[in-house]
Structure formats: C-alpha cells, structure tokens
Design a protein around this ligand. Structure first.
Ligand code: KG4
Ligand code: ZN
Length: 338
C-alpha cells in the first residue's frame, strides 16, 4: 500500500491534540482542551504539563480510532518541537520520540508557527489555499505575527508583537471588565451591540510591522478606574460600548499593519490564522478590504485556526515528501523562530 499516514502530536500550550492525516487530508483531529486554567484566568504552565501527561495517550488512541488506522500502518510521527511552554513541549516531544522508536518509523519535528500558516494547505471542502507568495497573519492568545510566505518552507517574519499577543490583549481587557477567561469571544459578542467610537483608546506608536498591546491594556485600566469612580455601575451600564471600542482599537492596529505590509511587499493575498481569526470584527474588516482594496483573504476552518495537531500533520506530510526527518537526539525548543 503506497498511501502515507502521518500521526501528528501538538502539546505546545494548553491543548493536547493528536491527528491522523492521509497525505493532505485529515482523517481525525482530536483536541483535549484543558479546562483547569479557566479558574486561574490564564494558562498555568505547570498544570498544563501535568494535563498533557494525562491526556496524551487517550488522545492518540482516539485519533487512531477515529481515523480507523492501526498504528502499524503509520508512515511517520510528526510533533511540535516549539515554540511554546517548555514543560508542555517536553510531553509531546518525548511521547513522539518513543512512539517513533517503538514503531521503527521516521520522526519529523515541526515549528508551531509554520504549522499555523501551512494549515491553509490542508485539503478540505470548507477552505481553500492561497497561492505563493502570500502574507500570513497569525493572531492568537500566544502569537501575533505577519509573515511573508514565498514557498512552503521559505518564510520571513516581517513583524511581531513586542509584548502581549493580540488574544492576550482581548483577554486582559475582558478581565478588567470583570468578564471570565478567555474573554475574547465575549468582547466579540458584546461589541456587536455597541458603538465602536463611543470611547477612544490611544494606539501605540510602533515602527514598521511590529505590534505592541501592553499600553492599550494600561490605558483601559486607567479609563475604567476613572469612570468607575464617578459611576460605580459604569462598566455594567456601558459594557457593549466599551467592548465595541476596545475591539475597534485592536482591529485598527491589526488592519493598519496589514496595510503597511501590503504596501511594502505588493502582495495582496492575506491568510489569517490563530484563535482570534474567529473574531467577527476582523472577518468583517477583511471582507471590506476584499471589496475596497482588492485583497484576497483566506481563513482556514476554525478547528485548524486554534491550536490543533492537524496543522502539525500537514507540515509533517510536506516534510515527509522532502525526506526531512529528525534524529532521536532532537530537543524541544521553547523559543523557536520561523
Ligand atoms: O489559537 P487559540 O485557541 O490558542 C492560543 O492562543 O494558542 O487562541 C485563543 C485566543 C484567546 O485569546 C481568545 O480570547 C481568542 O483567541 N479568541 C477571540 C475570539 N475567539 C477566540 N478573540 C476575539 N474574538 C473572538 N471571537
Ligand atoms: Zn498556536
């Protein structure tokens, strides 16, 4: 049988995930999201590692069962080497190495940030791939990057965040309003009912294509403190307008940088990924840009936007085709640039 089956493992942050791909098609993509972090209002690294340890074997079994594949049919094991939380990465890395050794099949290391981008090449009726060259913007709770993609493995980071990620900016702003973690989807929900220009927040002055979101968080904090002193019910009475204004400011920052990137590169194909790609505001702004600026925009199916092993599997398959295998002495890498 000449069909290639790749088992992929993702454990860089707080999602334990395993997927089976047959070439570019996803046969299964199982994600165990760790609920434990909710009560702490953010990811606790030590608890994440422990949960990965608990979840990894059942998640892999489920992925194989859903794909209806026996582990003896696997052609290779792909895993996330980095970037991410070291303790979390170690669980997936050690597991992948052991399984590859036991089955005597190749091991393939994958960069998580490349995987967010190459997720666009998963073959699925619900999504289409951009053609080269394109600009990729990865926006999630852990990342904010604009990357020029010339080929599957020729990528150049044009800009990234100097402090918080954009999802963190959503979540921390939501926390200041007393909303539960993760607050991004709630801001999106309330923003739909509010006036985006009700309140103005300063946009950071950052040169080039880099981002900064920590100043926004501070200005929201002072704004809410000041207004709540005058009216203790300010937040509850104005939640829709506050959310709409915060979201508007964040989207302005993202769209301005994208526009600069388009001007600099003359590339108008824009591919978005990461959990924040779910935001209805950014989706609306991208549709506007298609109409008014002639951009072509691409967003993968949502399950391939948030952290998942299917995106690790597509990179695994592409590397398998190039014969790019990894030795058993490979080490996880918390900081791992594209
Ligand atoms: O990719 P993801 O699931 O996990 C990582 O960060 O790796 O992204 C989660 C982030 C959270 O910060 C969450 O608040 C944000 O994505 N998010 C949203 C929306 N849905 C998820 N932010 C704004 N609007 C949304 N609709
Ligand atoms: Zn991610």
């Amino acid at each position: 049988n000449s069909k290639k089956y790749i088992l992929a493992i993702e454990s860089s942050c707080d999602d334990t995930s395993a997927a089976v791909l047959c070439h570019t098609k996803v046969l299964s993509n199982v994600v165990a999201t760790q609920e434990i972090h909710k009560q702490y209002g953010g990811v606790v690294p030590e608890l994440a590692s422990r949960a990965h340890q608990q979840n990894i074997v059942p998640v892999v079994h489920q992925a194989l069962a859903k794909a209806n594949i026996d582990k003896k049919q696997l052609s290779a094991i792909a895993f996330t080497r980095g970037p991410g939380l070291m303790g979390s990465l170690l669980v997936g890395t050690s597991f992948a190495k052991s399984l590859a050794l036991g089955l005597d099949i190749p091991l393939i290391e994958v960069n998580h940030m490349e995987a967010h981008i190459l997720a666009h090449f998963i073959e699925d009726e619900a999504q289409r791939a951009p053609s080269f060259p394109f600009l990729a913007m990865t926006i999630s709770g852990g990342h904010t990057q604009i990357v020029k993609v010339t080929d599957h493995f020729t990528m150049e980071v044009l800009g990234e965040t100097l402090d918080d990620a954009v999802g963190e900016a959503f979540d921390k702003s939501a926390k200041l309003m007393g909303l539960p973690y993760p607050g991004g989807p709630l801001i999106d929900k309330y923003a739909k009912l509010g006036n985006p220009t009700a309140f103005t927040f300063p946009k950071p002055k950052v040169d080039g294509l880099n981002f900064s979101f920590s100043g926004l968080k501070t200005s929201i904090l002072y704004f809410l403190q000041r207004e709540s002193q005058k009216n203790p019910d300010f937040v509850t009475e104005n939640i829709n307008d506050i959310c709409a204004s915060v979201q508007y400011t964040i989207l302005e920052i993202l769209m301005e940088k994208l526009q600069i990137a388009v001007e600099q590169t003359n590339i108008t194909q824009i591919a978005i990924g990461g959990g924040v790609a779910a935001n209805s505001g950014i989706r609306g702004r991208l549709r506007d840009a298609e109409e008014n600026l002639g951009w072509q925009t691409f967003i993968p199916k949502f399950e391939y936007c948030t952290d998942n092993a299917a995106m690790i599997g597509i990179v695994g398959y592409l590397k398998f085709n190039k014969g790019e295998f990894t030795q058993q002495n490979i080490a996880a890498k918390a900081r791992y640039a594209i």
